[in-house]
Ligand binder design. Sequence first.
Ligand SMILES: [Zn+2]
Length: 288
Amino acid sequence: MDQVVYPISEQVKEVVQAVVEALRIPKSEEVPPSVAANSFEAEALRAEIIKTGRKLWARAYVDGNGGNISVRLGSKYVLCTPTMMSKGDLEPADICLSDLEGNILAGDRLRTSELLLHLEIYKANPRARAVLHCHPPYATAFALAGTPPPVGLITEYEVFIGPTAVAPYETPGTQAFAETVLPFVQDHNTILLANHGVVCWSDTVTHAEWLVEVLDGYCKTYLIAQQIGKPLAFIPEEKIKEILVLKRRLGFPDARMEMLPELDSEAPRESAELEQLVKRVVARLEER
Ligand SMILES: [Zn+2]
């Protein structure tokens, strides 16, 4: 007997509906801040923030009390670093719990004034689950020059980041400063902040920190390569397109993604349907 084969979009739809049903209870808005702050998930996220803060300090990406880290906790809350503390000295009790308006709901200290920047990114791009801001020297040098580093030189940089943007200068800690990144936050997971530093978003705090490492290492290597006095060899455009296909599969943003449709004219219609489906599911989950 012939087996009936359902289109993949139908199969995925069924799975997704099952997931949505399974996630229905309990709704996160019913979880009060004190319960969210004391959950196992919050404990693990605080540990990840502390570990990442130590990495930032050890790599000299932050000075004094500079830099800040945050991560989303469910759909209503954010855990973030406090103000006026070295990122190398954080303890679990120092980490603040905030809502998406920046009101502190738990924690012994005042939140970072840069939480406004983090919140704008979360609100503008639901794929951002963790945000990290710091002042890595080589990348910040490009931010001072007001220009992103060139692309097309190192594969790892192309895959994880690709073109960065430079957000215009505003006074740090203000709402105006927080909004400077908004034009760039969909197509760029890594943004240079003019006369200041960098901000990265990702799915986890650890991955956001990787972006800073990849960016600053790339800027450093590029500056050293320029000292050699030979013209730099760029990755051919066709190979860059192969990298973009990989990035699309991995779900990484890249402002050059529009180069792909002409190249990928045979891309299956179903992949567009699936993308729409995933967007709808994410929207439904975000509403919880
Ligand atoms: Zn800063």
